[in-house]
Design a binder for this molecule. Sequence first.
Ligand code: NAI
Ligand code: MG
Length: 360
Amino acid sequence: MKTFNIASIPGDGIGKETVSAGRQVLNTVCDVHDGLRMEYLDLDWSCEYYLKNGRMMPEDGLEVLRSCDAIFLGAVGFPGVPDHVSLWGLLLPIRRTFRQYINLRPVKLLPGVITPLANRKPEDIDFLVVRENNEGEYSNMGGRLYQGTDQEIVVQNTVFTRYGVERVIRYAFDLAVKTGRQQVTSATKSNGINFTMPFWDEVFAEVGKTYPAITRNQYHIDALCARFVTHPQDFDVVVGSNLFGDILTDLGPAIAGSIGIAPSANIDPTKEYPSMFEPVHGSAPDIAGKGIANPMGQIWCGAMMLDHLGFADCGELVMQALTETLAAGMTTADVGGRSNTREVTEAVCSRIRMLAGTVA
Ligand code: NAI
Ligand code: MG
């Protein structure tokens, strides 16, 4: 029996509804699997917490999280608290302190979901985007001089370390091997950005050579964005720097249909620190509290968390249940369905029981 301690941070708005749904699904998996248990540490860190306490999390917040096996997060941000406060007060410190240097977002068109790209079927859109999550363009180094004058100078540094670039590219190749994919595509811009990006390309080539069975491919970021739209079937694993990955990881889920379904994982592959699993969507203030949020993005995050914790078979069970529920038309309004959060969640849970052979 393995027991995991999970920090549960619903956050704001629909995060409360989706995390509760995600936990219901995880609990069902634990019910049908003798070897697995989850214990939750309930943390109310959020914009509401900020308005009461003047900070997004307590002073020892990171230490509290440090002792957990993983972090299951809903969404953070709400009208009344500036977005940079909620981001720099909670999400970014977690990602950086815990060396979550991989941001992984699967881009997969699930059956029953309508893509904005014409005539595309589920087999055409199925790839993984790996974003560098700790350095690169988001370095927080630079400054402004002579502010507000016509001599104003603004500098922002981009920081690439060999260590940082190698590890994210290596992760992408390992992921291709692990998931049986044939190709890794690198996002570059070595024509216009003439120091960091040629360096990125060199490391991509060096690391790639050690994976002779995996094909290497690279595109300039502008052309790559266009190809996501025109040739989504060409991609298996795509790797990019912090900025390029950020752009691609919004474009990817957009072509795969609803934002309510897209998951993301902030991973420390070394497992020295806890990793964080959060859906791509935000707190959706427009529908918060109505019980109609799509829980599937959060549920998919749960599947990724199970995989990361070494229970890949349980993650697959969740994904099969989710896919079948969606294909049966049981889904929320954002993907054209008529069900609410609770109904979708219960449908996924009963499918898990059915698939596991323990029909309640
Ligand atoms: P959003 O993702 O919250 O909402 C965009 C639109 O998609 C809304 O119309 C919403 O109703 C819909 N939507 C989102 N998730 C859905 C779901 N699960 N089911 C059905 N419909 C869904 O993005 P928005 O409105 O730009 O941001 C709202 C707040 O969330 C802001 O404070 C923002 O900073 C924060 N945010 C937080 C994120 C995080 O915690 N990682 C990510 C994105 C935004
Ligand atoms: Mg983004």
